[in-house]
Design a protein around this ligand. Structure first.
Ligand code: NAD
Length: 285
């Protein structure tokens, strides 16, 4: 078997086209979607992510603001910036790029973002709403994975879904969204005993560990859907996922590549969340 590719670039392009049309209609009605991204310091990977986010916003016709702050920014200065953006009615989404320099508390900064502008979905009230089955903002990466599964026509009701990696930004919200879609979910972490046995039961396997190529074809159930969230930079400078693509594609029915899989979908769902924030703010006003 050679798996079919779930093409995140192509799926993203069609979703972004629809988003741009909705943004144009909102702009014509005097409600141009606005996203503010705050970047503290000079982390090279963060600079690339932020650049991609801002450029995707501009292409979709959003207002986008990049607020760069120096690496020695104080907590008070960062909180003041968040407060200013909370009060700015032209800004519907606020994203503080993580990780922050070590002297800053990312928890306190995220909690300072108005929850109705928290387009990353990391605020505890948004995590709680997701947990109780009434999500406001779904965190962008797991939301993107759900969109890929939906657009590929994967039936999740009663499916065995296994998520490897249990971070607050990917694994845990991913498990919640799969559960809400009717899957039976197993959430694994670095302490899991016999990871292979869990993987081999999965109709849908989502991997988000940051361990390059750790899931190999022999760990995958024949015909499974394999979603690789991992982004790892190899010694030769190339990117690879947490799944060993070459062996996995011989066993799976569907698989996402790295790059060109989940990555572009994450940014697309950031646009989607910002749009949803504008549409909700219209209803509220
Ligand atoms: P994290 O380091 O916060 O969490 C990793 C999780 O994996 C932990 O729960 C840990 O227990 C688990 N884990 C680690 N080694 C394991 C092992 N051997 N077996 C089982 N579980 C193991 O990472 P994160 O922020 O969730 O990111 C995970 C990966 O996803 C990284 O490669 C990151 O770059 C990538 N990522 C990609 C996107 C995207 O847009 N595609 C977005 C966010 C993160």
């Amino acid at each position: 078997m050679t798996a079919q590719i779930i093409d995140g670039v192509a799926l993203s392009a069609s979703i972004r086209e629809q988003i741009a049309q909705r943004a144009a209609a909102l702009t014509a009605a005097g409600r141009r979607p606005g996203l503010a991204v705050v970047l503290v310091g000079e982390d090279p990977a963060s600079q690339v992510y932020v650049r991609n986010k801002v450029s995707a916003c501009e292409k979709a016709g959003f207002k986008s603001e990049l607020h760069r702050m120096p690496a020695d920014t104080t907590q008070a200065a960062l909180l003041a910036k968040v407060d200013e953006l909370n009060k700015d009615s032209s800004i519907h989404g606020i994203l503080v790029q993580l990780p922050l320099p070590a002297h800053l508390s990312s928890h306190d900064v995220i909690e300072a973002i108005a929850s109705e502008k928290d387009v990353d979905g990391f605020h505890v009230s948004n995590a709680g709403l997701l947990m109780t089955g009434k999500p406001l903002f779904r965190p962008c990466t797991p939301y993107g994975v759900m969109k890929m599964l939906e657009l590929t026509g994967i039936n999740l009701r009663g499916a065995e879904a296994v998520v490897i990696g249990a971070s607050n930004i990917v694994g845990k919200p991913q498990a919640m969204l799969l559960l809400q879609a009717g899957a039976t979910v197993t959430l694994c972490n670095s302490k899991t005993k016999d990871l292979k046995a869990h993987c081999q039961r999965a109709d849908v396997l989502v991997v988000a560990t940051g361990r390059a190529k750790m899931i190999t074809g022999d760990m995958i159930k024949p015909g499974a859907v394999v979603i690789d969230v991992g982004i790892n930079r190899m010694d030769d400078g190339k990117l690879c996922g947490d799944v060993d693509f070459d062996s996995a594609k011989e066993v799976a029915a569907w698989i996402t590549p790295v790059p060109g899989g989940v990555g572009p979908m994450t940014i697309t769902m950031l646009l989607q969340n910002t749009l949803e924030a504008v549409e909700r703010s219209e209803v509220a006003s």
